[in-house]
Design a protein around this ligand. Structure first.
Ligand code: GLU
Length: 294
C-alpha cells in the first residue's frame, strides 16, 4: 500500500505544492502507507529549461520533514514500461492540431479540457497516409465515450465520459495520463492525493487502469492555494517558495506552521513537526475551500 507525490520539475514548489505534498504524506502515513516520490519529467523541453529543479524540490520536501520511502523514480527512466503498456491498448493515430496534442503531455490542471470529437478515429488507410505526410501522428486510445467512475475520499464517486485521449504525442513523448496510470499501477500506489485541479482526470485514469489490468487507486483531490486575486498561486504572488521565503527570513519550520495553520492543524506561530501534525490529522476535518495565501 502506497501513496505518492509526483511533482513535475518545471518550477520550484510553492506553498500550494508543498501543502499538497504534506497532505499526501499525512494521508499516507495516517493509513500505514508508504509515500513514494516520482519525478514527472517526461516533457524534456520544459524540464531542460528548468534544470536542477528536481533536486531542489526534493530538498524542499526534506526541509519540511516530509520523508518518503524507496528510491525516487523518474519517468524519463521508464520509457520501456510506457511502451509496453501502450502496446497492450487499442490505439489509433491522430493528426489533429499540434496545440491539442502538446497539451496532453502535461497534467491538464483544468476542468474544462474538451473531449476529443473523434476526427481521426475512422480514417481509411489512404487518408491516414496523406495526413501522416503532413504531421507526425499522436496516438489516442479508443475509449469511445464510455462512462467510468473513480472513488475520491473527499468528493465521493467521480464519474464521467472517457473520450479517446492522447497516450503518446506526435513527437513520441508519452502522455501524462498514460505514464501516471502505468506508474501508479506498477508502483503499487493505491492512494492518489493531489490538487483538485486534476479531479477531471479521474474517469480517464480509472478507466485506463482497468484497461491495463490495475485496480484503480483511491483518490483524494485536495484544495489548491490561490493568490489574493483568487487565481492559482504563482510567482507573481511574491514570496511563495521556500527559497523566496528563506531570503525574507522565514524558516522552513515557520513555513510548515503556516501550512499547518491553513489546514487547521496548528496555530500560525506554533512550533510543529510533521510527526505532531500526523497525530492531529483527520481527513474529515480538512478545509475544503481553496487556501487564500495573502
Ligand atoms: N505531475 C503532476 C503535477 O505536477 C501531478 C500529477 C498527479 O499527481 O497525478 O501537477
Amino acid at each position: 500500500m502506497a501513496g505518492r507525490f509526483a511533482p513535475s520539475p518545471t518550477s520550484d514548489l510553492h506553498l500550494g505544492n508543498l501543502r499538497t505534498a504534506l497532505l499526501a504524506w499525512l494521508f499516507a502515513r495516517s493509513t500505514g502507507r508508504e509515500l513514494l516520490v516520482r519525478i514527472e519529467d517526461l516533457d524534456q523541453v520544459r524540464v531542460a529549461a528548468a534544470s536542477g529543479l528536481a533536486t531542489r524540490q526534493l530538498a524542499d520536501l526534506a526541509a519540511l520533514g516530509i520523508d518518503h520511502d524507496g528510491p525516487v523514480v523518474r519517468q524519463s527512466q521508464r520509457l520501456d514500461l510506457y511502451a509496453e503498456a501502450l502496446a497492450a491498448l487499442d490505439t489509433y493515430e491522430c493528426y489533429c492540431s499540434r496545440r491539442e496534442i502538446l497539451e496532453s503531455a502535461q497534467a491538464p490542471h483544468d476542468e474544462h479540457h474538451r473531449p476529443y470529437p473523434g476526427t481521426c478515429r475512422d480514417l481509411t488507410e489512404a487518408e491516414r497516409a496523406a495526413r501522416r505526410a503532413v504531421r507526425p501522428a499522436a496516438l489516442r486510445v479508443r475509449a469511445g465515450g464510455v462512462t467510468a467512475t473513480g472513488i475520491d475520499e473527499l468528493y465521493g464517486p467521480v464519474s464521467g465520459a472517457v473520450d479517446d485521449f492522447v497516450v503518446r504525442r506526435g513527437d513520441g513523448t508519452y502522455a501524462y495520463n498514460l505514464a501516471v496510470v502505468v506508474d501508479d499501477g506498477l508502483q503499487g500506489v493505491d492512494q492518489v492525493v493531489r490538487g483538485d485541479d486534476l479531479l477531471s482526470s479521474v474517469p480517464r485514469q480509472a478507466w485506463l487502469a482497468g484497461q491495463l489490468g490495475f485496480a484503480p487507486p483511491t483518490y483524494a483531490h485536495v484544495p489548491l492555494a490561490v493568490g489574493p486575486d483568487g487565481r492559482r498561486l504563482a510567482k507573481r504572488d511574491g514570496a511563495v517558495t521556500l527559497s523566496d521565503l528563506a531570503a525574507a527570513g522565514v524558516t522552513a519550520e515557520q513555513v510548515l506552521a503556516r501550512i499547518a495553520a491553513s489546514l487547521d492543524l496548528a496555530e500560525e506561530r506554533e512550533s510543529v513537526s510533521t510527526a505532531i501534525l500526523l497525530e492531529r490529522f483527520d481527513p474529515a476535518n480538512l478545509p475544503r475551500q481553496p487556501w487564500v495565501v495573502a
